[in-house]
Ligand binder design. Structure first.
Ligand code: KG4
Ligand code: ZN
Length: 352
């Protein structure tokens, strides 16, 4: 099946074309992502209406490039299915992708699937060449970490997702972004914090700062990151009161201490759930899964416990339409009914 994916839930306008013949036979023919990061950086975060306006400006061009790169010359003949993100995300941004997808589905009389963005992130693991989809992998415990979400999701089969824990306040990516702002590292903050923390780790300096690990011992699988962000705020304030200059070295150490606290909580809770639910596979996904410290801790504990593990290839950790095409294909394979432009609606708060 040739599947077209469309993603506009946040600040990336993305279109992909995939040739898929079952979950273990996926060929990416094109993966075009036009990022608006630079535009939103000056506001310190994504501005929904501005994101929507940029999607309108870019989507037709991104679509044309995706088709051209994939070698599609006759849309009507060659495309079998269209999948578009219909939530969760920023309402005005989502609507642009949905309106575009509905229009081409209607004109070309193609089936259209509304796809859950977070399921897309989970399925980005199927794009990892080291991950063997044909093995007995289910049940899988998924740690999904992005700018808007921090979720532990148990997956018993394709399309069978059960949310077992989530953040009570800020998402972990949001905490990275807010701490980066406190440290004046710009937007988005995740990559900057990660780089600064790495500088600290290779410096062989002894850590002198320790931050709290909120909810690490709670009996449930929920998270909280807002208190950790506040602890960083207070630490910076106290250091300034003591006339300590927040120079590069201090910034690196704070970044490391924050990252370590956040990753400790994520890892501890994930592997506690692994034990309780008796799963033998664990997966990481979402924008924050690009974090190298999180990846290496995740891999280390999974290896210790002899679990099958996976994370997405780096190019698919952030928002992209390849994961949306794949998720749409898997949903359509399970239930091809109602795959019509008439039945796709936006749901900004869609859950798993
Ligand atoms: O999945 P994503 O691209 O968009 C959402 O669906 O939210 O995730 C974006 C988030 C941002 O908060 C960004 O700071 C974070 O992922 N991020 C990282 C890293 N790269 C991106 N966080 C920590 N370390 C990274 N290397
Ligand atoms: Zn995302």
């Amino acid at each position: 099946m040739i599947v077209l994916g469309i993603e506009t839930s946040c600040d990336e306008t993305a279109v992909s074309v995939l040739d898929i013949n079952g979950p273990e036979n996926i060929k990416v023919l094109s993966n075009i992502v036009s990022s608006q990061i630079k535009l939103h950086a000056e506001f310190g975060g994504v501005v929904p209406n501005l994101a929507a306006r940029e999607h309108v400006k870019n989507i037709a061009q991104v679509f044309e490039t995706a088709l051209k790169t994939a070698g599609i010359t006759d849309f009507k003949k060659e495309i079998d299915l269209i999948s578009v993100t219909h939530g969760p995300g920023l309402g005005p941004a989502l609507l642009i992708g949905i309106a575009f997808a509905k229009t081409i589905a209607m004109i070309h009389d193609k089936p259209l699937i509304g796809t859950n963005h977070m399921r897309g992130h989970v399925y980005s693991n199927w794009l990892n060449p080291d991950f063997k989809a044909h093995e007995t992998i289910f049940p899988i415990l998924n740690l999904v970490v992005s700018g808007g979400h921090t979720e532990l999701v148990l997956m018993n089969d394709y399309e069978d997702f059960k949310l077992i824990g989530e953040t009570m306040d800020d998402a972990v990516g949001e905490a990275f972004d807010k701490v980066a702002r406190l440290l004046e590292l710009g937007y988005p903050g995740g990559p900057a914090i990660s780089k600064r923390a790495e500088h600290f780790l290779v410096s062989s300096l002894q850590p002198s700062i320790e931050f709290p690990r909120p909810m690490i011992h709670s009996k449930d699988y929920n998270f909280s990151f807002s208190g950790l962000k506040t602890a960083v705020l207070y630490k910076i304030r106290d250091l300034k009161k003591e006339s300590v200059e927040i120079n590069n070295e201090v910034t690196n150490e704070i970044a490391h201490a924050f990252q370590k606290a956040a990753v400790d909580v994520l890892i501890k809770k994930t592997f506690k759930a692994v034990a309780e639910y008796g799963v033998s596979s664990v997966m990481l996904s979402g924008g924050v899964s690009a974090n190298s410290f999180l990846r290496s801790e995740f891999q280390r504990v999974a290896n210790e416990q002899r679990l099958q593990y996976s994370y997405p290839p780096l190019i698919y950790t952030g928002d992209n339409a390849t994961m949306i095409a794949l998720a749409g294909y898997l949903a359509y394979s399970k239930n091809p009914n109602n795959a019509s432009w008439k039945s796709v609606d936006m749901n900004a708060n869609l859950s798993f």
